[in-house]
Design a protein around this ligand. Sequence first.
Ligand SMILES: [Zn+2]
Length: 168
Amino acid sequence: MYCEECGAPNPDEALFCANCGTKFVKAEGGGQEPVEAPKPQAASQQVPPPVPPPQPWQQTAPPPVAPPQPRQEFQGPSGGPGPGQYGGPDLNAPMGVGSWLAVYLLMAVPILNIVLIFKWAFGNNVNRNKKNFAIAALILFLISLVLSILFFIFFGEFFYRNMGGAYY
Ligand SMILES: [Zn+2]
C-alpha cells in the first residue's frame, strides 16, 4: 500500500506511514488484525515529523582539495617509511615463510643465485628484508672472495717457492 499523503510505499500491515507518519485509515480492513487502536506511546512517537532527507547537494559538496605533494617522488628513493607509496606491495612488510623458502631454494641454484643477489641488493622495488639479506650475502661473498685471493697470494707464493726450491 502507498501513503495517501506522501505516496511512500509501506507494508500492508503498517499502521503509520514510515516516511511522513500519517496514520493509515483502513477502510477495507477485514478485521484481520486484532490490534486496531494504536498505543498512545506509538502515536506520540510517530507524531513528530520525520527528519527531511538531507539535500543531495549538501552531501555532494566537494571536499577541500588536498594540495598536491610533488616532493613525494623525491622522498621515495630516500628510503622514507612510506607504506604503499608506490601503490604496490608494502616493501617493509615482513616476508612470509613461503618467500623465505623460495629465497633459499633460489640460492641453491649456482648461477641464478648470484644474479638474484645482485638484483635484490640493487633493485628498488624489492622487499627490504630480501634486500638486506641480499646485501649481507653480497658482503659475505666479497669478504670470502678477498680472503681467498689473499690466501692464494701468500700461500701460493709460499708453495711456489718451496716447489721451486725443490728443483734446485
Ligand atoms: Zn506518508
